[in-house]
Design a protein around this ligand. Sequence first.
Ligand SMILES: Cc1cc2nc3c(=O)[nH]c(=O)nc-3n(C[C@H](O)[C@H](O)[C@H](O)COP(=O)(O)OP(=O)(O)OC[C@H]3O[C@@H](n4cnc5c(N)ncnc54)[C@H](O)[C@@H]3O)c2cc1C
Length: 400
Amino acid sequence: MKKKVAIIGSGPAALMLAANLDPEKFQVAIYEQNAAPARKFLVAGQGGFNLTHSEPLEQLRSRYFPSNFLDNALSVFSNEDLRIWLKNINIPTYVGSSKRVFPEKGIKPIEVLNTFLTTIHSRGVTLHTRWAWQGWNEKDDLIFNQEDLLQDIHTDIAVFSLGGGSWQVTGSNENWVKVFSEKGISTIPFQPSNCAAGIHWPEGLPGITEGQALKNIRVTTNGLSKDGELAITRFGLEGGAIYALAPSFRSSLNKKGFAELSLDLKPQLSIEEILSKISTRTSNHAISHRLREQVRLTEVQMTLLKNCTTKEEFVNPASIAAKIKNLTLRVNALAPTDEAISTVGGIDLTEVDSHFQLRKLPGAYCIGEMLDWDAPTGGYLLQACFSMGYYLAKHLNSLH
Ligand SMILES: Cc1cc2nc3c(=O)[nH]c(=O)nc-3n(C[C@H](O)[C@H](O)[C@H](O)COP(=O)(O)OP(=O)(O)OC[C@H]3O[C@@H](n4cnc5c(N)ncnc54)[C@H](O)[C@@H]3O)c2cc1C
């Protein structure tokens, strides 16, 4: 007799699991509360759609926090394995200049999703939409709300892949957290990750600069630096470098109520080089002209500097050079959880064993972003979800 597997949620972790469970051993059903599967996966597709990152495995491993939590899964299903696996189901990928991995040009996100769905259907997996999991009954069977009808489902194995707490419109909401807590499973409140940093701008500044890009700059906080491009918004700053430093901002905000970041607007020039370009001995032009022409500051950089320095500092070559290299801004918040690309929090990792099985509920597993881990954007989030799904499939295939 085949064992019954109920997978709750239909994001990338769930789909990868379903696509790799042995159809000879398992009767697999996915239960999704939305009318359609994998909505957050499609949202990810509207942006860069980084399926993974191509860097060497050792480096890839180091992107995850807590360190080691994904080691087993990555050693069974690495970034290279993912690319081969995708190619085998007819989703060829390419490595972009950023070393991130994308579906080959011309392949739309919906086509990637449909290929996953075709793969799981060909393996006999059934997908039930509009089934919202509510909790467990007294026999530990699963209770679903299926369009206002409560249904109890008995299953041999239950795998929860309910997602994190951001972009709730996609269905990845935190309603399930309470149900797990009530079951005595420790959960951690969701907090935003890979998100914008809130800056208390000088009055009027965002009005002039909103939406404009600060290109080729360096952001530093707590001794960590990231190079990249940032956008100025009314809320603060957003962009890859800020996302990557979100864990550090979060930690300072949690400890002190604020964080600090330093912008280096010209990482390719030393302070001495800037000084020599703007010193009056080499030019009779006004400082603004020298900053634009010699240091090649953009209009948005000029506006930022003017608004974040005193008049005296701005006209003094030594102090403006120092500000160009180290413009300190205070971070007073992270973006709201719902607007973040990902979240930390969810099921406490101590609640699952090395196979993602809930210690307090043998036969029940949790995978994907609903577990409390963190990683930057750039393909690492999806890689983790895919690796967990694949790893668990192989583990269950070997057990039964
Ligand atoms: C704007 C944006 C861009 C992104 N871009 C990238 C990117 O380029 N690269 C990358 O690696 N990552 C990216 N991500 C992150 C990535 O999409 C997520 O990490 C990933 O989708 C998480 O997968 P998951 O399987 O854990 O859960 P999810 O994809 O969140 O899916 C969980 C599913 O569970 C369902 N569900 C929840 N509760 C219930 C319930 N009670 N009953 C039944 N079903 C339920 C939900 O409806 C949902 O369909 C992006 C995210 C966002 C928001």
